[in-house]
Ligand binder design. Sequence first.
Ligand code: C2O
Ligand code: CU
Ligand code: CU
Length: 490
Amino acid sequence: MSGEPISRRRALELIGLGTAGVATGAAGWATGLGAPPSDRLEPAAQGQRLAEPQVLASRDGLLDVRLVAASGVRLAGRDTAGWGFNGTSPGPTLRVRPGDLLRVRLVNHIDQPTNLHTHGLHVSPSGNSDNPFLTIERGGSFDYAIRIPARHPAGTFWYHPHHHGTVADQIFAGLVGALLVEGAGGEADLPVHGDRLLLVTDTTLDGAGRVASPTMMARMRGREGELVLVNGQYQPVITAAPGSVQRWRVINGCVSRVLALRLDGHRLTHVALDGAFLPAPVDRDQVVLAPGNRADLLVRPTGSGQYALISDPYDRGGLGMMDGGSSTGGPVTLATLATAGPATTSPSVPVTLSAPAVPQGPMAGQRRLTFAMGMGGMGMGGMGFTIDGRTFDPDRDDQSVALGTVEEWTVVNTSPMAHPFHLHVWPFHVLAGSAGMPPAGVVQNVVLVPARGWVRLRIRFSDFAGRSVFHCHILDHEDLGMMATVNVRG
Ligand code: C2O
Ligand code: CU
Ligand code: CU
């Protein structure tokens, strides 16, 4: 790392813009990915019924699956060179119950190392459990064994690769899947007629169905794909009877895109965030999900017609200097709700839900972590994306915590761009934050820290000793170094 001051001109040269490049970069093509915009895959299927990935459910306390990561999946109704698990993107939906053992044989048939992370699960980070430090080489395989605690909350989680340096590439190519924990903690109280998965991803495919490579500039902003897909489909249709109650489990599986969800003609009843119930259902016009966040929404279709599920543009800031910002284009239609059939009478939605309580007890630590973007951290390649002034080193312990203690972490973002903070294994409550933060007191796994803003979290480091990571869930930033380790010592 070089700490030398650097001129703005030199900085622009380093990130591959030059002074002329700024104009074309901004006027040309929003995401800055590497092929001419004319050579783009045309979605074949629009308006098809929302399909769900294959479901693999546990039996008698065990789910034993084989996941083969390989090239060749259908996306937007076309055969593509995207990547998936067992031939599809998203891969199969894994359904487990508290107390189950989840065994996964991960087989790596892509042309680079990979591994697997169970995002949001409160499980051991060590050995062959949810261990982000593992490398499964090309052509190799690995047997994971992940024990779900008997008191694990029921909710919506997901899985994706976590091999540092290529996480964004692998997710952008399609390696994602849903992981649902069922049958505990208030689940039975939710009266619903339908339970649908909406795993949202974005990617950019050329006319031959190849995944586009981002420029360094796009990686620094956090790449946003031109195609926004739901369960790998382009603008699918979800049919439901008027008056019914639908549970939509929305997962933001995009590398960098923030989803600002809205449903034409309807309000969204938000019941769970990141796999945990809110204290009570909240009716909203818009639900914002950072990359990695999940929301369980109750939708009560009214009227008779077609209503678009939209993601509105969201300004997550830019790189500063002469950067026009990360926001790409206008509203994006994700899917359409089509109401049809005879009206059903709505059961009423419960007034309270079983939300996890804010951890109490003596504070064993008060930490302050600084997320920053600066020049010079990456050598000649571009900007440094750092936590406390350092880029990721898997062998260094950045934070040491005593098992069983409660801590408060203040995450400070000194940069002109929002960064979604994510901690593995241990969920946190958001206590407070700078202006523009959503209401506090809710448990999450990912929280968007506004540009030049901050957020204060309370975390109970319970149940599992071992080393894991926290990072920016704009996965390009994580790959560029914005990740650090935590060692929980038992
Ligand atoms: Cu969803 Cu460490 O990631
Ligand atoms: Cu995670
Ligand atoms: Cu970031």
